[in-house]
Design a binder for this molecule. Structure first.
Ligand code: NAP
Length: 280
C-alpha cells in the first residue's frame, strides 16, 4: 500500500481516533475523520489539506451511508476503514441494566457492522481495501466488571473472523487489533458509564472495582500515538496480519489465553475426542 490512500476513521474527536487520523495525515494519506460532533473532530485534528470531517454516529445507518457518500464524493474511494469508536459500560452483569447492555452492544458491536456494511460496496467495486477493527484484550479473554464490554468485543472478533474469509476474494484485507491499556479518554466520565442497578451483595467487590478503574484513568501504560504509528505500518504490509496485538500487556494477556486454552484441551483430550458415533 502506498502513502496516498483514503482512510475513514470513526470516533476521531477524542482518544485513539485522533492519533490515528493525525498519523495517517502525516504519512501522506487522505483522511475522512468522523465523529458524532464534527466541531470536536475538526478542533482535535486541526487543519490539514487532505482532511474531510464528517458527522457519523456509528449506530446510525443514515449517518454511515451519508459519510461514505461524502468520502467518495471528495476523494473517489475508501481504502482503509478504522472501526475505532466505542464506549465502556463497566459493571457486574447483574448490576448493568439491559438498556446499558444494549447500548454497549449497539456502539461497539452493531456500530462497526453498520459502518462496514456501508463501506464494503465501495471496497468491492475497487477490488481492494483494509477493514481494521479495534477490539481489546477484553476481546481475547474476559474480566469481571467487563461483561457487556467483553461481550461486544468477543462479538466483534467472531464477526470479523468470518468477514476476513468472506471478503478476501475481493482483495479486501481485514485486521483485528487487540490493544491493552492505552492512555486515552476511555476511562473518563465521558466514555465510561458505571452500572446503574446496585445490588447490595456486590457492594464490597464493586467498591474495589470502582477504585481500580478510576485509579487506572490517566495511568495506562500504552501511548496511543505509538499505537497509531504501528497501525500505519501494519496497514502498509504487503500481507497484512489478520490480528495485531497492541501493547506489552496485551501480548502477555494473549500468551495467557493460549496457555489456558491448551491446558483446557489437554485436561479432557480423551473424553473430548471420544464423542463420535461408533463405526458400524
Ligand atoms: N484505551 C484503551 O485502553 C483501550 C483498550 C482496548 C481497546 N480500546 C478500544 O480502542 C477504541 C478507541 O477507544 P479510546 O480508548 O480512544 O476511547 P475514547 O478516548 O473514549 O474515545 C472513544 C471515541 O469513540 C467515540 N464514540 C463513542 N460512541 C460513538 C458513537 N455512537 N458514534 C461515533 N463515535 C462514538 C467518542 O466520541 P464522542 O466524543 O462523540 O463520545 C470518542 O471519539 C475503542 O474501540 C476501545 O474499545 C481502548
Amino acid at each position: 500500500m502506498d502513502n496516498n490512500k483514503v482512510w475513514l476513521i470513526t470516533g476521531a474527536g477524542r482518544g485513539m481516533g485522533v492519533d490515528i487520523a493525525k498519523a495517517a495525515l502525516k504519512a501522506g494519506h487522505k483522511v475522512v475523520a468522523t465523529g458524532r460532533n464534527t466541531e470536536s473532530v475538526a478542533k482535535a485534528i486541526g487543519k490539514a489539506e487532505n482532511l474531510l470531517v464528517v458527522k457519523l454516529d456509528v449506530t446510525s445507518e443514515v449517518d454511515s451511508e451519508a459519510a461514505v457518500n461524502a468520502a467518495v464524493k471528495k476523494f473517489d474511494r475508501i481504502d482503509v476503514l478504522i472501526n475505532n469508536a466505542a464506549n465502556f459500560y463497566a459493571g457486574f452483569f447483574e448490576e448493568l441494566t439491559m438498556d446499558q447492555i444494549e447500548k454497549q452492544l449497539q456502539t461497539s458491536l452493531i456500530g462497526p457492522m453498520i459502518v462496514t456494511r456501508a463501506v464494503l460496496p465501495v471496497m468491492r467495486r475497487q477490488k481492494s481495501g483494509h477493514i481494521i477493527s479495534i477490539s481489546s484484550s477484553a476481546g481475547l479473554t474476559s474480566f469481571d466488571f467487563c461483561s457487556a464490554y467483553s461481550a461486544s468485543k468477543f462479538g466483534l472478533e467472531g464477526w470479523m473472523q468470518a468477514l476476513q474469509k468472506e471478503v478476501a476474494p475481493f482483495g479486501i484485507y481485514s485486521i483485528i487489533v487487540n490493544p491493552g491499556f492505552f492512555r486515552t479518554e476511555l476511562l473518563t466520565e465521558q466514555s465510561t458509564n458505571y452500572a446503574d442497578k446496585p445490588i447490595e451483595d456486590y457492594n464490597e467487590q464493586r467498591a474495589q472495582q470502582m477504585q481500580f478503574w478510576k485509579a487506572a484513568n490517566g495511568q495506562q501504560s500504552g501511548d496511543p500515538a505509538k499505537l497509531a504509528q504501528a497501525l500505519i505500518k501494519v496497514a502498509n504490509e504487503d500481507q497484512p496480519p489478520l490480528r495485531f496485538i497492541a501493547g506489552a500487556d496485551a501480548v502477555s494477556t494473549a500468551e495467557q489465553v493460549v496457555s489456558t486454552l491448551q491446558q483446557q484441551i489437554n485436561t479432557y483430550r480423551e473424553l473430548s475426542s471420544s464423542l463420535n458415533y461408533n463405526k458400524a
